[in-house]
Design a protein around this ligand. Structure first.
Ligand code: 3PY
Ligand code: MG
Length: 258
């Protein structure tokens, strides 16, 4: 089942968040219990070449590869799909015009203007027929627009109605900066939770997927009740520090017990 199918079926999914631009590291991440792996080109170290190489080990692990492009790089959105990504997350979609440009880059005609040339994506998905691939592509690839400003919230209905947009991804750090008018960055800011709940609910009512970044995994249950289904978190740094703390804690405890 594709990522799009699983989300439509109502599954709750977790994607790891890779920022180390190295296919061997991504291979290790893809072997963990996450449902998908996201390669972050906005704030992480991933670049065109690392995305091209790192999608392969994710597919080998039979998981969907997701790419977060840098702000406004809709050319890269099409390239990520050509390399075999199943979904692209576009940051700072702050207007219907931004959403439209993103949707056009992600979908083949007549819905969009994506140019043909899945040089790596086609053989990597093991497909044998171009026409079949063309017919399936718009439905199997997801354009996920990030809502992380007050402007984006103001035009949420327009973004949700934009052809080609399959889901919304809330960036709670940027959203908290916008919400507090630059006073703080805090993904647990209580007075923005009503707005976060409203985004989740309206996105699901529109029949689209609702995703969010989780800094504190303990928030997941609360966010799931708001309609969020796809949770992103677990960078290499976060996984290493949690893993190291747990391993060393256990080992030192056993020394104390001897
Ligand atoms: C945010 O929280 O602003 C994000 O973009 C998550 O990565
Ligand atoms: Mg952000």
């Amino acid at each position: 089942m594709t990522l799009a199918m699983r989300l439509k079926a109502g599954d709750t999914l977790f994607t790891a968040w890779s920022g180390v631009p190295d296919a061997l590291t991504v291979e290790l991440m893809a072997a963990q219990g996450f449902d998908a792996v996201t390669l972050d080109m906005q704030h992480g170290g991933h670049h065109e070449d690392s995305v091209l190489r790192a999608i392969l080990p994710i597919q080998k692990a039979q998981k969907p590869a997701i790419v977060r492009i840098p702000v406004g790089r809709f050319d890269m959105a099409s390239r990520a799909l050509d390399f075999g990504a199943e979904a692209v997350i576009a940051p700072m979609i702050n207007s219907v015009a931004d959403a439209r440009a993103f949707g056009l880059a992600m979908k083949y005609p007549p819905m969009g203007q994506r140019s043909w040339g899945p040089t790596f994506g086609f053989p990597r998905h093991g497909k044998g027929d171009f026409a079949e691939w063309l017919a399936e592509s718009n439905a199997r690839t997801m354009a996920i627009a990030m809502v992380e400003t007050r402007e984006a919230l103001d035009c949420l209905d327009g973004i949700l109605e934009t052809p080609g947009i399959d889901g919304i991804f809330v960036g709670p750090s940027d959203f908290s900066i916008a919400w507090s008018r630059g006073r703080t960055v805090d993904t647990k800011l209580e007075d923005m939770m009503q707005a976060i709940a409203d985004i989740g609910k309206r996105t699901r009512q529109a029949g689209k997927a609702a995703a969010i970044f989780i800094v504190d995994p303990g928030m997941t249950g609360r966010l799931a009740k708001m309609g969020y289904q796809l949770f992103a978190g677990g960078s290499e740094g976060a996984l290493m520090s949690r893993g190291a703390a747990s391993l060393l804690g256990e080992a030192r405890q056993s020394l104390d017990a001897k």
